[in-house]
Design a protein around this ligand. Structure first.
Ligand code: ZN
Length: 264
């Protein structure tokens, strides 16, 4: 039994800028991160909560993430640089996401990962809480889901009185360890985290993971479900994910159209 939690983690937190600034990230990378925030909101993956990060293109030991705010409103001025420990470089007094430890620890554990999405998307959560049921690839757009996404049980790392949030580096490391053999991990009673090698790919995966979950919930109400085999999942992963640029360009143009005339 762990010490009782204080149940009082604010999800917007003050954190001093403890790390020294270095080379600036590419403006194009920041622009993609901003538009990815908008796309994830437009596609129903995030609402006022949830976040996307990208590894810094000149400092692999750092990452970029918006300050604490709703993703649909993020502009380039809202992007903050962090160390992998979750220390802000340039928050300049702005509040940051409590759960930034997810991103730093996943980037540390998986050097191949360039982008991370954490969300509470609606169809995923039911699949995180039912014993004996796992999110599984059900259609060709979601081969990356595989034959049973692992579920992070926060009680194994933080006891039975946490607020379920990844509120420090130790919990972040516990979650990150589950990415050894997976690109998506569900978080019991909370949501999911998905990783990829680029912003367009992680956005694609977050959107299609949510759709896969929705289809799985619908199909399982009708009867026995036929899931993709491991071979089918891999073949879909190899072929369909080569096409992520097409939906990325489309979602990007839609997001820009919707925000025409507004900042950011
Ligand atoms: Zn969360």
């Amino acid at each position: 039994m762990c010490p009782p939690s204080d149940h009082s983690h604010p999800i917007a937190v003050d954190a001093p800028d403890t790390a020294t600034p270095g080379a600036a990230a590419s403006p194009a990378l920041i622009e993609d991160l901003v538009i990815a925030n908008h796309i994830l909101f437009d596609q129903g993956v995030v609402d006022a909560f949830g976040h996307i990060s990208v590894r810094h293109d000149k400092r692999p030991d750092r990452f970029l993430l918006a300050r604490n705010m709703a993703p649909g409103n993020v502009t380039s001025d809202d992007i903050v640089e962090f160390t992998l420990d979750g220390e802000p470089v340039d928050a300049r007094g702005r509040k940051v996401y409590l759960e930034r430890f997810i991103h730093g620890e996943v980037f540390r554990a998986r050097p191949d990962v360039m982008a991370v999405v954490h969300s509470h998307s609606h169809s995923i959560v039911p699949l995180s809480v039912v014993k004996g049921v796992k999110l599984q690839a059900i259609f060709h757009m979601a081969g990356f889901v595989g034959q049973g996404a692992p579920v992070f049980e926060i009680r194994d790392f933080g006891g039975d009185s946490t607020d379920l949030l990844i509120s420090d580096n130790a919990l972040g490391r516990g979650l990150a360890g589950m990415f050894a053999d997976a690109d998506i991990v569900l978080m019991r009673g909370h949501g999911s985290t998905v990783v990829a090698k680029s912003i367009p790919q992680v956005v694609y995966r977050a959107i299609y993971a949510e759709l896969n979950a929705r289809y799985q919930l619908q199909a399982s109400q009708l009867g026995d479900v036929t899931y993709l085999t491991a071979g089918e999942s891999q073949a879909c992963l190899d072929r369909v994910e080569g096409q992520t640029q097409r939906p990325w360009d489309f979602w990007k143009s839609q997001a820009r159209e919707r925000r025409r005339g507004t900042a950011g």
